[in-house]
Design a protein around this ligand. Structure first.
Ligand code: FAD
Ligand code: NAD
Length: 510
């Protein structure tokens, strides 16, 4: 099959037709169609020879990769190893070779302006052209390469900015694959822009006083696998910016996450709903000028002023419901953040929280946590042990496992509570178990009424060994445990006794 457009495509007068005038297409060998290329890029084959690493390429280095079987080309500051693509290129190998070992941006603009090369060539990305550090003048007018290289850990990210008549795009090059929308946090307050990009256990901060006004709505795009984050700001006035702005505190720094303080934004209480006699579902709305998504298994801190003192406590966001489509109308994603919170009448923080009125504000921190989603990647049997509000991290772990882990055979939740009235989302859990045969739940009560004929007691060897039955002998297994400290500690001790390794257990602790 030849990878040439049919007679009717591109449509007469389309940009492709106009731009491709004079450009010759060459017949491609069998097995070298666009679909074959897409298949190759999805095969997991290392197309750059760098095993997923992204590097900074100097002009000297680029020049040395100028042969067909070792051909690097720079397009708009990004360097691609196009050797694997040669035979798939509709314009032929010779056309690509015109830019071998050089900056092919002009050539590319001539013939390929419309092509989504970032997506087509994403598996061929070698890295970014190294930029000689600009002489610091206080004004951010050029691309910057951070000079705060960590001695260990991931490579230091860098950023650049571009503009059109109506928008300004800040591009962050993380030099790390598998970055997602929850790796980025953005706050825009007036002309102050603060973005944190979480890369492994480090945080890359961009903190700028923008030189011109922008609208409060912005968008964040992540080009996964390439490790690029675009923050697209909308100008208030369609004028050309000479510089991005002034660096603010810790701008362009890349430091271990544990060394960064928490940042807070004020969120509005939208609704509060009883879930049990003492636990409520709180819905908070993020400001429109914030992008914040809490990674699965992570928590945030809520901050309130209690009799003049600022009190801060950790809470784990949950989805609005366990069952998708259960709650109508579904609010637009990412603007709302939900919490299941138990109110302790004699507690310090929760009674104050409970007194908030709809429309009141509360401060929400940046996310924290050490749960690694990669632990769920290949899992076949997932066991969740929760006690009381220790159920909250299980909600998103459960949702993620059921929707995103293709190897999953079984998820079982053992949920420990004092009484039946304390069981959070009991009905939803039972409905989910009915709807999805992979999921099962068992309730264990420590202070049941005489009518209770289910399981009773505290976490124990007998309860665990009966519960932890694998769906297959030697299945890949993972366990999560969360609740009062004594419960979690005892549970982990018993799991070790049952020969589960530390690698197979995640204990959610403070
Ligand atoms: P506190 O003042 O801490 O009191 C709580 C109870 O303990 C009261 O009954 C009080 O009388 C008793 N107490 C206090 N001090 C003592 C003491 N010295 N000896 C004996 N008893 C004492 N909770 C949730 O509801 N939902 C969540 O999603 C959630 N996520 C969390 C995530 C993390 C990472 C952690 C560590 C905790 C999480 N919690 C969650 C618990 C939450 O952070 C608070 O601890 C909880 O809300 C109680 O706060 P409080 O200030 O109201 O109560
Ligand atoms: P709770 O007092 O209602 O107890 C729930 C169950 O925990 C009990 O029925 C019992 O089975 C078990 N339990 C309680 N004390 C125990 C002990 N000493 N030994 C063994 N088992 C015991 O629980 P709660 O008031 O809902 O408290 C939930 C706890 O979970 C809080 O301490 C909270 O801080 C913690 N939590 C932690 C996280 C996290 O991510 N680290 C998240 C949410 C909640």
């Amino acid at each position: 099959m030849l990878n040439v457009p049919s007679q009717a495509f591109p449509a007469p007068g389309s940009q492709q037709r106009v731009a491709s005038q004079g450009r010759s297409k060459v017949p491609l060998k069998q097995g070298r169609s666009l679909m074959d290329w897409i298949r190759l890029t999805k095969s997991g084959k290392d197309l750059t020879g760098l095993k997923g690493r992204l590097i900074e390429v100097t002009e000297e280095e680029l020049k040395t990769h100028n042969k067909k079987d070792d051909c690097w080309i720079c397009i708009r500051g990004l360097v691609y190893n196009v050797s694997p693509y040669m035979e798939y290129h509709p314009g032929g190998e010779d056309e690509l070779m015109r830019a071998a070992g050089a900056d092919g941006t002009d050539l590319f603009n001539e013939v390929h302006r419309w092509v989504n090369y970032e997506s087509m060539l994403k598996e061929c990305l070698v890295g970014r052209m190294a930029v000689k550090p600009a002489v610091p003048k206080g004004m951010l007018s050029k691309s910057q390469v951070t000079d705060t290289l960590p001695r260990e850990g991931p490579s230091s990210p860098s950023y650049d900015w571009f503009q059109t008549e109506s928008s300004v795009t800040i591009a962050i090059y993380t030099k790390q694959k598998n970055i997602s929308l929850d790796s980025v946090m953005v706050d825009l307050q007036g002309d102050s822009l603060r973005t944190e990009t979480f890369i492994q256990d480090h945080s890359y901060l961009i903190h700028i006083g923008l030189s011109h006004e922008v609208q409060e709505n912005f968008s964040v795009r992540v080009i996964e696998n390439v490790g690029k984050v675009d923050i697209v700001l909308q100008k208030r006035e369609n004028i050309s910016w000479k510089c991005l702005g002034q660096p603010l505190e810790k701008h362009d720094s890349f430091i271990p996450k544990k060394d960064t303080g928490l940042s807070y934004r004020r969120c509005q209480l939208i609704s509060k709903e009883d879930v049990t006699h003492d636990t409520r579902l709180f819905c908070l709305m993020l400001p429109p000028s914030t992008h914040l998504q809490v990674p699965v298994g992570h928590h945030v801190y809520l901050k309130l002023s209690v009799t003049g003192a600022e009190i801060v406590k950790p809470y784990t966001p949950v989805s609005a419901s366990l069952l998708s489509g259960f709650r109508e109308p579904v609010p637009p994603p990412n603007k709302y953040i939900y919490f299941l919170i138990k109110i302790y009448p004699d507690g310090l923080f929760t009674p104050e929280l409970d007194h908030l009125q709809i429309g009141d504000f509360i401060s929400v921190s940046s996310p924290e946590g050490n749960f690694k989603l990669s632990k769920l990647q290949e899992v076949e049997d997932l066991f969740l042990l929760a006690a009381g509000t220790g159920f909250t991290p299980m909600v998103n772990v459960l949702n993620y496992a059921l929707t995103c882990v293709s190897s999953l055979r079984k998820v079982k939740l053992m949920f420990f509570n004092k009484t039946e009235d304390d069981i959070i989302w009991r009905c939803e859990l039972e409905k989910l178990a009915f709807k999805d045969k992979r999921f099962d739940t068992e309730f264990v009560l420590s202070a049941p009424s005489p009518e209770w004929n289910g399981k009773q007691g505290h976490v124990s060897p007998a309860l665990l060994s009966e519960f932890l039955q694998r769906s297959l002998e030697n299945s890949r297994v993972f366990l999560c445990i969360c609740g009062p400290t004594a419960f979690t500690d005892e549970g982990i001790r018993l799991l070790h006794d049952l020969n589960f390794s530390n690698d197979e257990i995640h204990g959610f602790t403070a």
